[in-house]
Structure formats: structure tokens, C-alpha cells
Design a protein around this ligand. Sequence first.
Ligand SMILES: [Zn+2]
Ligand SMILES: [Zn+2]
Length: 324
Amino acid sequence: MKAMILEKIGRIEDKPLHMVDLQEPSIKGSELLVKIITCGVCRSNLHLIEGDWLKYGIPPKLPIIPGHEIIGKVESIGEEVKHFREGDRVGIQPLYSSCLNCEYCLSGNEHLCNERQIVGDTENGGYAEYIKINELFAYRVPDNIDDKAAPLFCPGVTAYRAVKMAMPQPNEKIGIFGIGGVGHIAIQIAKLYGVEVIAITRSKLHQELAYKLGAKIGYDGSSLDKAIVFAPSNDAIKMAIKSVKKGGIIVLGVFGSIDEFMFVDEKIIKGSVIGSRKDMKDVLDLASKGLIKIITEEFRLDDANEALKRLKNGLIEGRAVLRI
Ligand SMILES: [Zn+2]
Ligand SMILES: [Zn+2]
């Protein structure tokens, strides 16, 4: 199979991903072999490739095939597969597997499992023609969801969980810091709760996108009830904490550092990372009802370096998607 592989960390301008021909993964037991149709291009792929996250142990090994938001078709199934057949359309989110038996897994938080494996990070990902996955971590894609909606499987579930963690109440003011791949979906999900959404982004392209999706643009200085941060910037985190009312909630969907946290304001800072299998199912239900629109721009697999470079330079409106 063809795959864009990362053998050595490097700046995206130097085209660190290159095309290789590999043996397709072999499957057994409860695994599916999936022929990939589309794979979204995530900012975290860029961080991994450029070595920004080596300090967090990512990637744990090289070489690796990046990419973790996938739609494909089941090509073949292991002898113990119960829920899928050849030809089914399935999606794969970053959560590749978990132990299914620890306190997190047993409480519906398998994305927090200490044994979790991550697609395109600890396991080869979607910048390739094929991937294998245990059927328990594959999701049936409803017929009315387009192949290009692969970003439902990372930004979709990430946005959904982050908004849920903010516990929005009708008529509250919620600030979303950082639009783009995750933020543009978070706006739509937050609006389903009947809140007023304020989009905070310096990018003109993203301001226009947020406006089209019904958000107000720019923080006007009045207090927010909640804030959700997707912009990978300590300044954005600082501003989010400052702009929330006393007792308000700040949800962080990015790495970053927190300084000057005033305990006397009783604000609550929460982290939110991807989402559980149930969250993923909820996202697919919303998308199937037409409540989430994904703005995409398509690239060919061998243009993955170019797609990532455009993402780095802020030139992607919603989400870049590789058509495999
Ligand atoms: Zn992602
Ligand atoms: Zn577990």
C-alpha cells in the first residue's frame, strides 16, 4: 500500500513526509482491514511531525504514519468480527484501542485509559491506503454523511466533548478561542445549547468563517460565562481565564501553561481531550441530522506536506482532508 511516512522529525517546509510502498496490515480476530477513503489533516499531526510535542513523548516511536480522522470502507474482516461486514463504511477516531477493563474504561471514559493507543501516534494512521482496527473502535458512518466528513472523527468529537465540558446553559455567553478545524465545529455545537457564541481569533479567514456560522466576532471586554480554548497559545489561555466571570469555567483543548491563576475568583479550569466512544456516537447522530457542517479543502495523499504547510501558515479555512 501507498503511505506518507514520517521517518525523521523535521520542519514541514522541508517535506519530512515521504511516499513509501508498504505491506498492507494483516488482520486477525476482531480486527477490520479498512481501505481508507479520506483522512483529515490535524494540527496535532503538524506538532508531531515538527517535534513540538517530543517533550510530551509524542511521537513515541519512528517511523510512523500520521493521521487520525478517517473514513473508509471495510475491505475484509477477522474471523471473530460480529458487527461489521465487508463493504461497510466506517470511521476511525484518534482512540485506537483501550483496555476496556480499568476504572476509566468501565465508566465510559475509555479515552482516558492508561493503556490507550492513539491512531497515527502509537499506531500507524490514516495517511495511507489501509489501516487495521479492532471493531470495537470503529464506527458505522450513516449513509447521509459524506466521505469528506472525516474531520467528524477528530475535530468533531474534540469540539463536542469540549463544549459538553463547559456545561453550557441557555443564553450564556461562551467564548471560543481559536477557530479553524475544531473551533468551527465547536461554534455549531455550542449554538445547539442556545448560547451566544463569541469567536476570538486573529485570522481574518477564520473570523469570516465564524461569522457565517452565526458567532459574534471578537471579545468586547464584557465577562464571558465560559471559555473554550483551541488556540495553541499561552496568551490565548491567559486571555480566556481573564475574560471569564468569577466561578466560570475555562475548558482547555490544547497544551499550554497557566500563570497568574487567582484562586479567589473560584474559576474552574478543565482539560478536554478527544472523546469517548459514546461522544463519537453522539457526534455522528448530530451530523446525520444535518446539525454539523464541516468546511473542507481536499488534497491528494502525496500532497500531505503541502496541506500541512498551508495549515501552518493559516491558509486552511476549515479543515484540510486527504483524498486517498
Ligand atoms: Zn486531530
Ligand atoms: Zn482502560
